[in-house]
Every structure is written in C-alpha cells, then in structure tokens.
Write a protein that binds this ligand. Structure first.
Ligand SMILES: [Zn+2]
Length: 297
C-alpha cells in the first residue's frame, strides 16, 4: 500500500502540527500504521498518511474492508434497497436542510446519496435531481457514477458525511463549486474535531477509522476550507447522534444495571456504563458532528 506522509495541515497549510496518538485497528494491515494528528493553528485533525485518491476510489468501488465502516443496520438497509427499490425508500420531509432551502423548486445535486432518502424527498417535491454515487447497487433516475457526468448550474448541493473520506476536501469543494449557480446553497456534515468525544477519546473516538475517515473538522478549519473553495458561511453548528429521550430512558435503567453487575461481580461494567453515559451526555452539549450551510460567492 503506497501512502503519502502528511507534514503540514491539509486545510490551512500550517506546519505546526502535533501527533496526538497512534491509531490501533483490528485489521492487521493498518494496525498502528497511522497517527492521529492535530493542526495547532486551525484545530483540524487528520491521519498522518493518506493514500492517493485513485487508490481510495478503488477501495470504495470494491467495498474493501479498509474503508468499509458499515453497521449491521446499514447492511440490512442496503439489502432492502436492492430488493424493494425506489418504492420502499422512506422520505425525509423533516430533514434539517429544509429549514434553510430558500427556493421552492430547482436543481438539486447530492454527493453520496447512499440509500437515497433525501434524494427521493427532493424528487417527489418536483426538483430536477442529480446524484453522484460510486456504489453500483444504487440505481435511480439521475444517479451518476462519475463527476464529469454531472450537469452545471445546480441551486442546491448536499454532501453529507463525504468530505472526511476524501484526500483533498478543498479540491473536492472547488469541483462542486463549478457545478453550482452563483448564490447557490451547499449543505455539509462531517465529524467535529473540537467535540468533547473527540477531545476526550482522541484516537479511541469512534470516528477515527483509517482509511475510511481521513479528516476531522473544527469550526475554524471548516471556515478556511469553504472560503478557499469560494463559499461564504451561512451557518456552522455542532450536533449529536445521541437521542435525548433515549439517554433519559437509559439513565433510569442504570440503577438496575448496576445491581445486576454487582450480583455478577462484574464491577468493570459499572465503570464502563458510567463513562459511556457521561460521554453521551457531553455529546448533547458539544456534539461530535458538524452541520454546515454555505453559499457560493
Ligand atoms: Zn490547520
């Protein structure tokens, strides 16, 4: 595997970068091969070595375990998608993007539509839709495999959980920018490097998974990246995957679980449960994901 060592911040280009830890992995091929790095200037985090974009593309095309972070739930959804197709996809009319979308109808371009829930929502609202999805099982009207097939003049672009996977996010955003109308809106999400989970757990944070995730963004690195790619920032906000109600429910279950642990002499479990609960609580305060709204200048 050919890898390039990264010796300056991939976003702000500052050379003042610091190693935080060596990243362990259950795959022998990449175990202890990468360090988690932090830029002291813009607080961006990244892994110490990157593969080339061509190699990355090949890993994704072949569903390589080196980039595959899929959960059982995702695998199940994928199977359903293949079996039932478009009809069975649930729409997402309550998606946060609709709080910001400032026109009724136009051209929508989604990068990495995955199971196509948001994509279908836009289609049903009467938008002209295009999607870029390298995985072959995704087949829908307007879904393309290569960037050069995407038509210009899009009003809205979304790339959720995309930029942490690419070698050069600024270059990717510049390419997207060219496909957009002036004043067009861009919507992004990615892992948040300045969240409590990231700062406390460092390389043990669940988002730190080479070679799937190469980047972890701070609000500062997000601003620099978007400005370099020709966008104004409209909004940057952290959010959490933790559900408030579920966390409360878990809180009330804790005493019973503790009792069970004590009876079984599994004291270590008590400790693990307390840590996990506290981290999830902290995540509601400073979430480990960022959502971003930008505008093409
Ligand atoms: Zn930086």
């Amino acid at each position: 595997m050919k890898l390039r060592k990264i010796n300056k911040c991939p976003i702000c280009q500052n050379r003042n970068i610091k190693k935080l830890a060596t990243i362990k992995n259950h795959l022998k091929e990449i175990n202890s091969k990468f360090d988690l790095m932090k830029c002291q200037n813009c607080l961006h985090r990244f892994i110490s070595k990157f593969p080339s974009q061509t190699m990355l593309n090949n890993l994704y095309k072949t569903d390589s375990p080196l980039v595959f972070g899929g959960t059982d739930y995702e695998l199940d959804q994928k199977k359903k998608f293949i079996t039932y197709g478009f009809k069975n996809i649930m729409t997402q009319n309550d998606h946060w993007i609709f709080k910001y979308v400032n026109i009724d109808k136009g051209k929508f371009f989604e990068i990495g539509p995955g199971l196509c829930r948001l994509y279908k929502t836009f289609l049903l609202k009467g938008w002209t839709c295009q999607g870029l999805e390298p995985r072959s099982f995704v087949k829908l009207k307007g879904i393309k495999k290569n960037f050069y097939q995407i038509r210009n003049n899009n009003d809205i672009v979304s790339a959720f959980d995309v930029l942490e996977h690419v070698g050069n996010p600024i270059q990717t955003l510049k390419k997207i920018n060219k496909k957009m109308k002036k004043n067009g809106q861009i919507f992004l999400t990615f892992p948040h490097s300045e969240s409590f989970k990231s700062k406390i757990l460092k390389e043990k944070w669940s988002m730190v998974v080479p070679l799937s995730h190469l980047h972890f963004f701070s609000k500062e690195s997000t601003k620099i990246m978007l400005n370099k790619a020709g966008f104004d920032i409209v909004e940057i906000e952290d959010f959490s995957f933790v559900e408030y109600r579920r966390l409360i429910r878990n809180f009330f279950k804790l005493p019973f679980l503790f009792l069970k642990d004590i009876i079984k002499f599994e004291f270590k479990n008590i400790f693990t449960r307390v840590i996990e609960f506290s981290l999830n609580l902290l995540d509601l305060i400073n979430g480990d994901q960022l959502k971003v709204v930008g505008r093409k200048i």
